[in-house]
Design a protein around this ligand. Structure first.
Ligand code: FES
Length: 137
């Protein structure tokens, strides 16, 4: 595993929440969440299959209930290891998987589809502080 694809230390991935990171696909940034269950780590694109503009992890970790990932918008629940929606308006749908691998104490992005960019949300999420306002202030 090369250091450029290292996402985080294994111990940084919480058992009852998620760790958010951003990958690149060409010029596009995409958010991905890491979950850990019984020592196994899975990664899912950070959107709900019901409404794809709704993020499961809004930047401080997704909600978990009884060991399942929860979309707080309409209450859908997902198995953290298979991504399957077990309850809610998208029951039977599956989260979009991203390939990751664990090597020693690190979690790495695997596969050719994406390049690891940074931990945390997409960088274009809050550009307001760096912009010049139209009010002249
Ligand atoms: S947007 Fe997630 S359950 Fe509706």
């Amino acid at each position: 595993m090369d250091s450029e694809s290292r996402i985080a230390d294994l111990e940084e991935v919480p058992d009852d929440s998620t760790l958010l990171f951003t990958v690149r696909e060409g010029f596009d940034e995409k958010e991905v969440l890491l979950v850990r269950l019984n020592g196994e780590v899975s990664a899912w694109r950070n959107y709900c299959p019901h409404w794809t503009d709704v993020r499961l992890d809004k930047g401080s970790g997704a909600e978990f209930r009884d060991g399942e990932l929860v979309c707080t918008r309409h209450g859908a629940t997902f198995l953290p290891d298979s991504g399957e929606c077990t309850y809610g308006p998208c029951e039977g749908a599956t989260l979009e998987e991203v390939d990751v691998a664990v090597d020693d104490d690190g979690v790495y992005l695997a596969g050719e589809d994406y390049e690891f960019d940074h931990l945390g949300p997409k960088s274009d999420r809050d550009l307001s502080s760096g912009r010049i306002g139209f009010s002249g202030n």
